[in-house]
Design a protein around this ligand. Structure first.
Ligand SMILES: [Zn+2]
Length: 516
């Protein structure tokens, strides 16, 4: 029996009854006791960890993270920060050489926003690669394909837009190569062949997840997980090679478009164990680029974006089959569509699980009140203050607020914190700093009235996320019986100086310690 006693720092249990005990005792991977200094004397032979004034809290749970995709990115050409077409060509040719058996040559991290590098099929064709090319935007909501890529998918000027996506066209109706939302999703799935071999995928997930431990993350919710990746996670767990616990959110697009319809008959929400558990099915109410907005600025009525028409029927089926539901909703019109779909699916059936809304990037007071009334959880990304704040410019609406985290919190909407990595940086302590400051790194104000205090973000990144993942009886608080997944952080951010992660413990074992 191995016992560890933590003390001499702030211990944040994230539980209202336990509060801040002076001592925490761990035996065989689980928390066995919390209490005051006298408690430590009862364990004279235990390993003593002197927190030296630092803070001990539950390991971070990233409630929206695309771990299985982030893990694959080292296989692809990374275009983050690349602003030069010749460099794009050089990096794509490296992939072509490294991956001779992959039918597609892929790139990731491309900035597909108007500030980024302009790419289209003709630019990619000029590079003279020997296979179809797909260049994915960091958002994972759009890509540019070469002409050979469009041909491989049978996309021509005659092809109609799918109901949930868009094929961008030039003035003559010819596809430009840019595919958005559902059209991107289909291209993404088709171009994964060769990159999704289970053994190598598992190795890459293990590597990526070890990095997450250094950020203090001990569990993630994989927010759109294909069945193949679910199997990889289970295999890794069975080999004791999965460094973080994973809640998988089965990917509804793959279920609904028939790629993966048999997933409906797999394990449902809540099944699994502390290593790999099934979460809610993931749907999209609106796009991630084409976010559905219906709002006003002065006399102007702004309508924009893409709603996913198949989502209401899918949500109804998921509820009927006993699954929980997570719906991506970024725009306020997307949020209304998501809440409508949920109310219609649950009108005649008591759901086994609640609804979570992923992102809640734009909402007005009516939508916030409706989420509170329905008991819907918001899974939010404080790091989006930096990511979107640099893109929004002066775009503000009279009747809807960007990233209304303060309003949601004040209205009593349960919140969980997350990163959306690799669409944004993964470090929870960096994300929370933007959720506190509501300023971009350039100092731009992104709604200072929507700030949430640092310690509250810590709670949303632990207990809040555990509740959103149905993991509250295994993790997220420092209570006897729960897993000893722990993180030691430096303490309070001081004058804007970010705090760091000193140690990460998983199952009672030290799995990361910062170099001194
Ligand atoms: Zn996401």
């Amino acid at each position: 029996v191995s016992t560890t006693v933590f003390g001499n720092g702030r211990i944040l249990s994230m539980d209202a009854w336990v509060g801040e005990p002076e001592v925490l005792v761990v035996t065989d991977g689980r928390i066995v006791a919390t209490g005051d200094w006298d408690l430590a004397a009862r364990y004279p032979h235990a390993q003593q960890i002197d927190l030296a004034g630092r803070w001990l809290l539950p390991g971070f749970i990233d409630a929206h993270h695309h771990l299985c995709l982030a893990a694959l990115q080292p296989l692809w050409a990374d275009l983050a920060g690349v602003h030069d077409v010749d460099e794009v060509g050089r990096r794509l040719r490296e992939v072509a050489v490294r991956e001779p058996d992959a039918p597609w040559i892929r790139a990731c991290g491309w900035d597909g926003t108007p500030r980024g590098l302009h790419l289209d099929r003709w630019v990619l064709d000029e590079l003279g690669l020997d296979r179809p090319v797909l260049v994915a935007c960091f958002s994972l909501h759009q890509a540019v394909l070469s002409s050979a890529g469009l041909d491989a998918l049978g996309i021509s000027y005659r092809t109609r837009d799918p109901g949930n996506g868009r094929i961008e066209r030039d003035d003559t109706g010819e596809p430009t190569g840019r595919l958005l939302e559902g059209a991107w999703g289909a291209a993404h799935a088709a171009s994964m062949v060769g990159y999704d071999r289970a053994r190598r995928w598992g190795d890459l997930i293990e590597v990526r997840a070890r990095t997450l431990l250094s950020y203090g993350i001990t569990a993630v919710h994989d927010a759109a997980c294909p069945t193949a990746a679910e199997a990889v996670y289970r295999q890794l767990a069975s080999e004791h090679r999965l460094p973080v616990s994973v809640v998988v959110l089965p990917h509804a697009a793959e279920i609904l478009n028939g790629v993966d319809a048999e997933r409906w008959f797999g394990p449902v929400t809540g099944e699994g164990n502390e290593d790999v558990r099934v979460g809610p099915v993931k749907f999209f109410a609106d796009g991630g680029i084409e976010i559905a907005i219906d709002a006003h600025v002065g006399a102007y009525h702004v309508r924009f974006g893409q709603l996913f028409p198949d989502t209401p029927a899918g949500v109804t089926e998921a509820v009927a089959r006993g699954y929980g539901v997570a719906i991506h909703a970024m725009g306020n019109a997307g949020l209304v569509a998501a809440l409508d779909a949920w109310e219609s699916a649950t009108r005649h059936r008591e759901p086994d699980n609640g609804l979570r809304i992923e992102h809640v990037t734009l909402a007005g007071p009516r939508e916030v009140a409706r989420m509170a009334a329905l008991g819907v959880t918001g899974v939010v990304q404080p790091g989006f203050v930096e990511l979107l704040g640099t893109q929004l410019g002066e775009t503000r609406f009279d009747d809807a607020t960007w990233m209304p985290f303060g309003d949601l919190h004040a209205a009593g909407v349960p919140l969980a914190a997350s990163s959306d990595a690799p669409c944004n940086f993964a470090e929870p302590l960096a994300g929370t700093s933007y959720g506190v400051s509501r300023r971009t790194s350039d100092g731009d104000d992104v709604g200072i009235d929507q700030t949430i205090p640092f310690e509250e973000w810590l709670r949303l990144y632990t207990y809040g996320a555990a509740l959103a993942g149905g993991q509250q009886d295994e993790r997220g608080r420092l209570l006897p019986g729960l897993r000893a997944d722990l993180v030691v952080i430096d303490g309070e951010p001081d004058a804007g100086r970010p705090v760091g992660v000193a140690q990460t413990w998983r199952g009672g074992e030290l799995v990361y310690e910062r170099a001194r």
